[in-house]
Ligand binder design. Sequence first.
Ligand code: ADP
Ligand code: MG
Length: 232
Amino acid sequence: MFIEGLNLEKSYGAGEVKTEVLKGIELKLNKGEIGVILGPSGSGKSTLMNIIGGVDRADGGSVSIDGIEITRLSDDQLTEYRRESVGFIFQFYNLVPNLTVSENIEVCSNISKSPLKIDEVLEAVGLLDKKNRFPRELSGGEQQRVSIARAIVKNPKLLLCDEPTGALDFQTSRSILKLLQQVNKKYGTTILMITHNGAIGAMANRVFKLRSGQIVEETMNQTIVPAERIEW
Ligand code: ADP
Ligand code: MG
């Protein structure tokens, strides 16, 4: 297994205001697969993703990524894991407004060390011709493409996408999901994506339904629907 989360527990606060957010989560995904975590707002999706991405720590249980138990790493080792191995994509793109498209990607790449070149990833997301534009000059979908280019320039083993289409219209969402499928195929990147849109589960190998901090259902899809054919 590429991702192996076992019995994950997480609470916020203490005493009377203690909230259990994750209550014994099991989540497994093979290398090169796309997994979708489906669940309503507040069910613990982002908390789970942050633990898998090494942004946050669980209170109990373990996470292994590609054979390394990240829950046992020191803070410095965890930071290194996150920097080297994980790409993040968020609902609101998180681009730096006063940097151009290519500068936004450059700040996240170690030019001499990056496995992929800036022009290569811009080509992959279809924005090579906009490399000198600023984020405000781009549509929402284009800004999300920049954030995908920024995430993949280091050729991460794992791409974590937290509601990547949450701010986009239907057609644009489809094109972003299609791009993520292409990245998965082209670079073999394992993708774990959060959404509250059930239809998106059709493009994933595995779908995990999360309710109040527990996986209530796991589905394996035999056939993967190309993102451009998803209906919702
Ligand atoms: P989702 O992504 O599914 O909407 P989250 O993982 O963001 O859910 O949050 C799950 C629950 O944990 C929510 O009730 C939220 O208020 C709470 N929570 C999340 N982060 C924190 C935090 N840093 N401190 C306190 N409570 C938090
Ligand atoms: Mg969330």
